[in-house]
Ligand binder design. Structure first.
Ligand SMILES: NC(=O)c1ccc[n+]([C@@H]2O[C@H](COP(=O)([O-])OP(=O)(O)OC[C@H]3O[C@@H](n4cnc5c(N)ncnc54)[C@H](O)[C@@H]3O)[C@@H](O)[C@H]2O)c1
Length: 254
C-alpha cells in the first residue's frame, strides 16, 4: 500500500453496467485501494473478471440479507486493510412482481424484501464499517427521484428509497461525531441490470431528455465522479444530503 492511500469497500457489482463499477473506476483513478463485493456465486465470474482489471482491487462475496456474511466480510476487511475510509452502497432490489402490479397490490413479503435489501442493508453495512472508520471517512448510497414523486411502476422501490434517504440522515447524525459523513446520490435513469426490471424504463430516459435542463441523459461516469467527490476532501462539509445527478430533472415543475 502506498503511504496515505485510502481504502474503500464497494457493494453492488453485478456487471460492467453497474453503477458500482462506474464508481469503482473513478475511485481507482483517484488512487483509492478497493474492496469490491458481489452478491453470490452466480455473479462471481463476471465480477471477478472486472475486478482483476483494476490494479490493487480485491473481490469479496457478500449477500446483505445474511448477517453472518456481513460480519465475515468486515472481519476479512479488518484483517486485510485495518482501516476503511469509504463505503459505497449500490444495492437495491424488489421482487419483479411488485414493479408490475399496481402499487395498491404491494404484498407484505414484497414490501419486506424491498426494504430489507434496499434500506436495512445500509444500516447493517454502516454498523459493520464504523469500527474500521476510526480515521473518519464517507459512506455513499444510491437513490432515485421515485422516493419523492410518483413514478409509475417504481412502486414499492419508491417507498424504500424514501426510507433510504431518511436512513442516510439518521446515520449521518449517529456517525458525525466520529467524522464519518453519510450521503445519497439521486441518479437519473441509467440502463443497468436493476433498471431492466422497471417497465417503461426507456420512457423515463426519453422524458428526461425532453424535460431536464441539460436535455440529455446522465452518463454513469458522472455518478461515479460525484461519489468520488463525496468521499474526497472536497466533500468534507457535506453530510446527510441527497445530491441529484439527474441533469437537473428534479428542479422542473412542468
Ligand atoms: N439504474 C438506475 O437508473 C438507477 C437510478 C437511481 C438509483 N439507482 C440505484 O443504484 C443502485 C445500483 O443499481 P444499478 O442500477 O447499478 O443496478 P445493478 O443491478 O447493477 O446493481 C444492483 C446490485 O444490487 C445487488 N444486490 C441485490 N440484492 C442483493 C443482496 N441480497 N446482497 C448483495 N447485493 C445485492 C445486485 O447483485 C447488484 O449488484 C441501486 O440501489 C439502484 O436502486 C439506479
Amino acid at each position: 500500500m502506498t503511504e496515505g492511500q485510502k481504502t474503500a469497500v464497494i457493494f453492488g457489482l453485478a456487471n460492467k453496467r453497474s453503477i458500482a463499477w462506474a464508481i469503482a473506476q473513478k475511485l481507482a483513478e483517484a488512487g483509492w485501494r478497493l474492496a469490491i463485493t458481489y452478491q453470490n456465486e452466480r455473479l462471481e465470474l463476471e465480477a471477478k473478471d472486472l475486478i482483476a482489471g483494476l490494479p490493487g482491487a480485491t473481490g469479496f462475496m457478500c449477500d446483505v440479507t445474511q448477517d453472518e456474511q456481513i460480519a465475515r466480510l468486515f472481519e476479512g476487511l479488518k484483517e486485510k486493510y485495518g482501516v476503511l475510509h469509504g463505503v459505497v452502497h449500490s444495492i437495491g432490489f424488489a421482487p419483479p412482481a411488485e414493479l408490475k402490479l399496481p402499487f395498491l397490490q404491494t404484498s407484505r413479503e414484497g414490501f419486506r424484501i424491498a426494504h430489507d435489501i434496499s434500506v436495512y442493508s445500509l444500516i447493517a453495512v454502516a454498523r459493520g464499517a464504523a469500527p474500521l472508520m476510526n480515521a473518519g471517512g464517507g459512506i455513499v448510497t444510491l437513490t432515485y427521484y421515485g422516493s419523492e414523486k410518483v413514478v409509475p411502476n417504481y412502486n414499492v422501490m419508491g417507498v424504500a428509497k424514501a426510507a433510504l434517504e431518511a436512513t442516510v440522515r439518521y446515520l449521518a447524525y449517529d456517525l458525525g461525531p466520529q467524522a464519518v459523513r453519510v450521503n445519497a446520490i439521486s441518479a437519473g435513469p441509467i440502463k443497468s441490470l436493476a433498471a431492466r426490471g422497471i417497465a417503461n424504463f426507456s420512457d423515463m430516459q426519453k422524458t428526461l431528455v425532453e424535460r431536464a435542463p441539460l436535455k440529455r441523459n446522465v452518463d454513469v461516469g458522472e455518478v461515479g465522479s460525484t461519489a468520488a467527490f463525496l468521499l474526497s476532501e472536497g466533500g468534507s462539509g457535506i453530510t446527510g444530503e441527497t445530491i441529484y445527478v439527474d441533469c437537473g430533472y428534479n428542479i422542473m415543475g412542468f
